[in-house]
Design a protein around this ligand. Structure first.
Ligand code: ZN
Length: 270
């Protein structure tokens, strides 16, 4: 007996046709809200999750949330109890241009998944969650900030990708904190090659002077405490270059908050 003549097959084809005619079930407002707050696909693996939540339970335990004790300036996590205003060796020798840098998570397998979900997959459903974590990691910075500014992409890269994940994070943090957002305060004037795979010195040279404050936004920057937002703090070279540009543009002070931070000290010129 051939497959096409099987009654089951006929029945299932009829069921399929019926299902195709049946209008799609419209989710109620509560469900739609729930799916906004709790994405149904993992932010780490992109797999469908059976219940509400953004992350598989086994990944939660791998997340390292950053906080004190840490370097007062660059946020480097200390593995020991420290004075509240303790600085790391790098910041003592070469204070950064920014006042303080904080990050929600240590950069690792799981948090890299979050960054890729944003950057490669263009997923926005984790933004509220990420903004909550970033806010918690930078409560005092946010309490004092006048303006949130994202790290810009170069125009061509922005056009090619279609979005800038740092703008998304900055906008989500602005919504959460009610701090004013200025998405285009900075301009990336050089199409710098990707920072990936570069050693610290090359990273610094790569972004040195790559940013400037936009002329038409200097009025807004003047005297402002700026909270600069990026996805990952790696060596701190990008944060440093952006902070310098913002200060030259008239900002009074620049703090930095990122979703993730690579473990280990920031790089400083030797
Ligand atoms: Zn430090």
């Amino acid at each position: 007996v051939g497959r096409t003549s099987s009654p089951d097959h006929v029945a299932s084809r009829a069921a399929l046709r019926k299902a195709a005619r049946k209008p799609k079930r419209i989710a109620g407002p509560a469900q739609r809200l729930a799916s906004l707050i709790f994405p149904q696909r993992s932010l780490v693996t992109n797999r469908e999750l059976p219940g509400p939540g953004a992350i598989e339970p086994e990944h939660w335990s791998q997340l390292v949330f950053l906080g004190p004790p840490q370097c007062q300036r660059c946020g480097l996590a200390f593995g020991f109890e420290a004075e509240p205003r303790q600085l790391c060796a790098a910041c003592l020798a070469h204070p950064p241009a920014y006042e303080r840098a904080r990050a929600a998570l240590q950069y690792g397998d799981v948090s890299r998944g979050f960054v890729l979900a944003l950057k490669r997959a263009g997923r926005r459903d984790g933004l509220a969650l990420f903004a909550g974590w970033m806010h918690a990691a930078a409560l005092d910075l946010a309490a004092e900030a006048d303006l949130i500014v994202p790290v810009p992409l170069h125009y061509f890269r922005h056009v090619r990708r279609g979005f800038n994940q740092s703008v998304w994070l900055a906008a989500a943090l602005s919504r959460r904190t009610n701090i004013r957002l200025c998405v285009d305060a900075l301009v990336r004037r050089r199409a710098t090659p990707s920072q990936a795979g570069l050693d610290p010195g090359a990273r610094r040279r790569n972004v040195e002077g790559a940013f400037r404050a936009r002329k038409s936004r200097k009025g807004r920057l003047k005297g402002a405490r700026v909270l600069l937002v990026d996805d990952v703090f790696t060596t701190g070279a990008t944060a440093e270059a952006c902070a310098k540009a913002l200060l030259r543009g008239g900002a009074r002070c620049v703090d930095v908050v990122t979703l993730a931070r690579v473990a280990g000290p920031r790089s400083v010129p030797i």
